[in-house]
Write a protein that binds this ligand. Structure first.
Ligand code: NAD
Ligand code: ZN
Ligand code: ZN
Length: 346
């Protein structure tokens, strides 16, 4: 079958032929409906070096945002999983036996250090292929919802959802403001989730005017990337600053913008993995503010994200690419030319 393979560190992936997989015990074989191209893949093949924390050993098939139709059940899989029906696949893979995995929080697996891979499509073969195997207990049913548009939900939906859910105590009173920095795959869905789950005014920013225009359609007030950015954000909040900021870029300047825009007691969540830093001291952030990072989400969160999608509260903005154009999707993602989320449809 055709697949997008990450062959070696610091090397652009290749489109090549690999054997069709067969499902092991507890897994199912999915015929892929859609596989999203996440910006983290760019870090995987451009930046990570062997042995670095987070680096996943090549070769493997990329694609950690996957949906598809169940084609075959592996040994021991319940017939509650229906062959022929459409499901979304949760990506992270923990040991399955610690207290965090027991709660569907594979992202916090206590045995992560001894796991051979991090996720489907990150160390283990992913969904940028005609078929992928995934653990049966990580499937979320899609019913009659469009599985191609749903594919990005398993990361570009789940990751902002999880970050926002943790920040809800900061946003659930009147007069609240949220800031979203970086309006690509994750950020656009982040704006939609904030609008659906909170009454907060959503302020959004991106270097690209077309990304800001899309966020406005999703109900955000936007500010440009200029010098007056923090001042403009403060003006919109009546001088108070934002109660929660979500940085989907994560370079030093965006973290600085988010920190400078916070209200007293506000919460800054860094989601982007660009590796930017922020000096934390009594004087560099508002009093009693919270600084945190956020990693993906839980299986339960993903069920909730699918509920929101099926209720029409989340509408992923998908640009579809055929299998033979999959590498073009990554080229466009790198050059900032993807509108919304690129999804490969094999
Ligand atoms: P994307 O390429 O779809 O979107 C990034 C957006 O940020 C683009 O619209 C771009 O124009 C904008 N941008 C870039 N630099 C900017 C700057 N300096 N100021 C303002 N806007 C800027 O990327 P994505 O797939 O949405 O991923 C976003 C980030 O989140 C990446 O770093 C990715 O690796 C990371 N990520 C983290 C997790 C997690 O669990 N923490 C999960 C998925 C992705
Ligand atoms: Zn991702
Ligand atoms: Zn575990």
């Amino acid at each position: 079958m055709r697949a997008v393979v990450f062959e070696n560190y610091e090397q652009f992936p290749s489109l090549t032929d690999v054997p069709k997989p067969s499902p092991g015990p507890g897994d199912v074989l999915l015929r892929v409906a859609g596989a999203g191209a996440c910006h983290s893949d760019v870090s995987v093949y451009r930046h990570f070096k062997e042995g670095q924390p987070g680096a996943q050993k090549p070769p493997f098939v990329l694609g950690h945002e996957n949906s598809g139709w169940v084609e075959e059940l592996g040994e021991g899989v319940s017939d509650r999983v229906k062959v022929g029906e459409a499901y979304l696949a949760y990506g992270p893979i923990g040991c399955g036996h610690c207290r965090k995995c027991a709660k569907g929080q594979d992202t916090y697996c206590e045995n992560v250090a001894t796991m051979p891979y991090m996720a489907v499509g990150l160390g283990r073969d992913g969904g940028m292929a005609e078929y992928v195997t995934v653990p049966a207990h990580h499937l979320v049913p899609l019913g009659d919802a469009d599985p191609v548009d749903a594919a990005p939900l398993s990361d570009a939906g789940l990751t902002p959802y999880h970050a926002i859910k943790q920040a809800l105590p900061h946003l659930n009173s009147g007069g609240r403001h949220a800031l979203v920095i970086g309006l690509g795959g994750l950020g656009q869905i982040g704006v939609q989730i904030l609008r659906a789950l909170t009454g907060a005014t959503v302020i959004a920013t991106d270097v690209k005017p077309e990304a800001r225009a899309r966020a406005e359609q999703n109900g955000a007030i936007t500010v440009g990337a200029g010098e007056r950015q923090v001042e403009q954000i403060r003006e919109i909040t009546g001088g108070r600053g934002v109660d929660a900021a979500f940085d989907f870029v994560g370079v030093t300047p965006t973290i600085a913008t988010a920190a400078a825009s916070l209200a007293q007691g506000g919460r800054l969540t860094v989601v982007g993995i660009a590796g930017g830093t922020h000096e934390f001291s009594f004087f560099t952030t508002p009093y009693e503010s919270y600084l945190t990072n956020s990693y993906w989400g839980t299986v339960e969160d993903l069920w909730e994200v699918v509920d929101m999608y099926r209720a029409g509260q989340i509408r992923p903005d998908v640009e579809r690419f055929g299998m033979e154009d999959a590498l073009e999707a990554y080229r466009k993602l790198e050059s900032g030319e993807v509108a919304g989320r690129a999804v490969v449809v094999p």
